[in-house]
Design a protein around this ligand. Structure first.
Ligand code: ZN
Length: 352
């Protein structure tokens, strides 16, 4: 089985949302959610980015948003900005969950802070976890907290999830739409990018709007990365990347991870599992044609999205690799898409 290194998952959010069931979720295969240790092993999940994510306030109607997303066109308003004091409490709890995952399964799971640690973990069959922050709400405008989070292991950050932060603006959940939906980075956002460069922390462009994307491209000295986004040419949602953006990522030596969320895969934009794996291959074909085969990988969004019915959860990863083989992808290309490209990208970003 070819191991898979994955660009995005939301298990920390699920653990945070269900405090009484954490042990069952992580160590037991209870069949709920899309990720746990037994199913990761069954699916050949070798590591990936584990997102710290600050949930929206309880008055944000997430079920209504999902219902709207199954009936395009849609344009769902985003919640307001969340203060960094409130966000820090949640972020610390989710960092604690990641450390607890390592503590409860030290032979199987390791938080990695360097590429040497990533390679060592994967060589011994440990799942190699990268601490990632999806939305910089927990960071104060002076960026002191950025250094504190870096010291405990944060190695990747997106300036925004979709709601606005003091650093910039994400795209609203809108279909059809481009990502050109508002202003770019704030002055604090530009400081954040420069400081991430100084720390060699990876910057994630998924969720950022097009003006913000352009600002990062102009400022950053690191490869441009979108951990979990797809091709706008195939699924014209605000969350996907235009061919122009794909070319900019290619020119920077960057990387895009294929998002398995049905609403970002399906040409009709629907949030529905009733689909084959074909659109996943169409997005991969398109992204490979624009980015080249060294700059595309996977970014599942497990525990954060509706998956195609044939994938269902992390144990379904081998079916995707089989579909790549059936489409005629050579084994060397499948290995690049499955994990080699992510490891190379992190080598270029962290050690550059
Ligand atoms: Zn996301």
């Amino acid at each position: 089985m070819i191991p898979v290194f994955d660009g995005h998952n939301d298990i920390l959010y699920r653990l945070n949302a269900t405090p009484d069931r954490r042990r069952e979720i992580w160590l037991g295969d209870d069949g709920k959610g899309q990720l746990d240790l037994p199913r990761m092993k069954a699916g050949g999940f070798a590591g990936g980015f584990f997102a710290i994510y600050i949930p929206s306030p309880s008055d944000f109607d997430a079920p209504a948003m999902l219902a709207a997303m199954d009936n395009p066109p849609y344009d769902f308003p985003l919640p307001d900005l969340i203060d960094h004091h409130a966000a820090q409490t949640v972020a610390l709890a989710q960092i604690g969950h990641l450390m607890w995952m390592e503590r409860t399964a030290p032979a199987d799971f390791r938080i990695c802070r360097t590429t040497a640690e990533l390679h060592a973990a994967m060589a011994t069959g440990q799942i190699a976890a990268i601490m990632h922050m999806e939305g910089a709400e927990p960071i104060d405008p002076d960026l002191d907290a950025l250094h504190a989070f870096h010291a405990v292991g944060l190695r990747s950050i997106g300036p925004v999830w979709s709601r606005p932060t003091i650093f910039g603006n994400g795209v609203p959940f809108r279909f059809p739409s481009t990502g050109d939906t508002g202003p770019g980075l704030t002055e604090a956002g530009k400081r954040l990018i420069r400081e991430c460069n100084a720390l060699k922390m990876m910057i994630d462009l998924s969720h950022l709007n097009e003006a913000g994307f352009n600002d990062v491209a102009a400022l950053s000295d690191a490869p441009l990365v979108a951990t979990h986004s797809n091709a706008h040419a195939i699924c014209p949602t605000s969350r996907n990347l235009t061919d122009r953006q794909l070319a900019m990522i290619r020119d920077s030596g960057g990387m895009v991870g294929l998002n398995f969320a049905t609403c970002f895969l399906r040409p009709d934009g629907r949030e529905s599992a009733d689909m084959s794996m074909d659109p996943m291959l169409h997005h991969l074909d398109h992204m490979i044609s624009y980015l080249g085969e060294d700059h595309v990988g996977l970014g599942s969004d497990f525990d954060g999205a509706t998956m195609p019915q044939d994938i269902k959860d992390v144990a379904g990863l081998p079916k995707l690799l089989t579909a790549m083989k059936d489409r005629g992808y050579p084994d060397a290309l499948i290995r690049k898409l499955a994990h080699e490209n992510w490891l190379s990208l992190l080598g270029r970003t962290w050690a550059a």
